[in-house]
Ligand binder design. Structure first.
Ligand SMILES: [Mg+2]
Length: 422
């Protein structure tokens, strides 16, 4: 059975269930025959198990000698060194690293010291099992892990003299079309659209994302009536040719999520993100089944197996792993590959500060099923780096993935030298 057919692709029709039998079969086997589902999972697992890293150019062992956490102002960095003197440095997530460095030091670093960095793909599982870390899985676990991974990937790719994208089986140098994301729930519909239009004109983007609902507030808008006013207004002011995404951030219950989804459908919105709280998996799937607008989600997800479930049951049309929250590029590429096997798109969710845009560019360079537009918030310039200008400042609504060794940036050596060890 092809994985790319529309909803219910592991559904009742494929299992040969007739309409008259639906009543009893629905309760007993809500997702159709076990054989069909097992076949779907088998195809997803095959996709996820394919090697991600190509370390064939690295002939000598790269034994990890130290993993240090550095702080420079509000920026947290990780520096990895090997016994033979190779070094990798990466910028971590800004908002959450301050209180997670002790977690990384106690639960992750001991599992990695003395290991060969070329084995990174297997070391992910080593860290996950170390000291029963699997009991601790969540955003707060994978977030500092991602920072360690980016430093290890920097080390491996610089040692090989290639881009991280090349190391991960991708191709750097391409451009990525951006959508600008707006966080304007406390503003009126009219003011929100004015700000969206200003960002469109500033970055020359061809897509944008607006927020609906009140963000996890049980159906209530922050500004009463904003959701109903905004959706038709944003379409009217942007015209029919502009791509628009709507993001609820889990604002609604099932009934309200469906109601808003129908409004988005009527106005040709291209993606509807997280209609209900992200871990209401069944409700998410039922809303996806009922609407035409593709459903997106996954930014809060920390579990590979929950992504696997959502893809197998087509609870989402677009998966959106956050490269930090989900624990780095390798795990996110595995999710993208599962989604691809099922004919689904994969977009990036990125954090608003630091170098999220840079990691996004490399991620897109490494996956076959990135959506038409990727999220862009801004580059605030707080981190001094040398890289081609179009890597951090959009030109015609696009950023370009840098081609240089590592992540294609050079951090200011003086700035880095002044960082203190945490
Ligand atoms: Mg979102």
């Amino acid at each position: 059975m092809p994985l790319s057919s529309r909803r219910h692709f592991v559904g009742l029709a494929a299992a040969g269930v007739t309409a008259s039998a639906l009543g009893s079969r629905l309760r007993a086997a809500p997702f159709a025959s076990r054989d069909a589902l097992a076949d779907t999972y088998s195809q997803l697992d095959t996709a996820a198990a394919l090697p991600v890293l190509d370390v064939s150019a690295l002939r000598e062992p790269l034994l990890i000698e130290s993993i240090e956490f550095l702080q420079q102002g509000e920026t947290y960095l990780v520096r990895v060194r090997t016994k033979n003197g190779a070094t990798g440095v990466a910028v971590g997530n800004e908002r959450d690293m301050s209180y997670l460095v002790p977690v990384a030091k106690q639960l992750m670093v001991p599992a990695l010291l003395g290991k060969d960095a070329r084995e990174w793909e297997n070391l992910i599982e080593t860290v996950y099992l170390h000291s029963s870390n699997y009991k601790r899985q969540g955003l707060l676990f994978w977030l500092p892990f991602a920072a360690i991974e980016f430093a290890v990937l920097d080390l491996l790719s610089r040692t090989a003299g290639v881009s991280v994208s090349t190391l991960l089986g991708g191709k750097p140098g391409g451009t990525v079309d951006l959508y600008h994301a707006h966080e304007d729930r406390h503003r009126s519909a009219a003011e929100s659209v004015d700000r969206m239009l200003a960002a469109r004109d500033r970055y020359k983007t061809r897509a944008a994302k607006f927020k609906v609902g009140g963000r996890m507030r049980g159906n209530a808008d922050v500004v009463p009536g904003r959701t109903e006013a905004l959706i038709p207004l944003v379409r009217e002011r942007f015209g029919d040719r502009f791509t628009l995404y709507g993001d609820s951030n889990g604002s609604f219950d099932f009934a309200r999520g469906l109601e808003v989804g129908r409004l988005l459908d009527r106005h040709g919105i291209a993606i509807y993100e997280e209609p209900v709280p992200h871990d209401l998996y069944d409700e998410t799937k039922r809303i996806a089944d009922a609407l035409t607008v593709p459903l997106a989600g996954g930014e809060q997800e920390s579990s590979h197996n929950r992504f696997r479930w959502m893809i197998a049951h087509r609870a989402l049309d677009v998966v959106q792993p956050d490269l930090f929250y989900f624990g780095g590029l390798v795990r996110s590429i595995r999710v993208a590959r599962m989604a691809h096997a099922a004919g689904l798109k994969c977009d990036t969710h990125i954090s608003g500060t630091g170098l999220g845009f840079l990691y996004m560019l490399h991620f897109v360079a490494c996956i076959p099923n990135a959506g038409a537009f990727q999220e862009y918030k801004s580059f605030d310039g707080k981190i001094p780096l040398d890289t081609p200008a179009q890597t951090h400042t959009p030109v015609d609504g696009r950023l370009r993935c840098p081609t240089g060794p590592g992540f294609g940036i050079e951090l200011d050596p003086k700035w880095l030298a002044a960082a203190k060890i945490v």
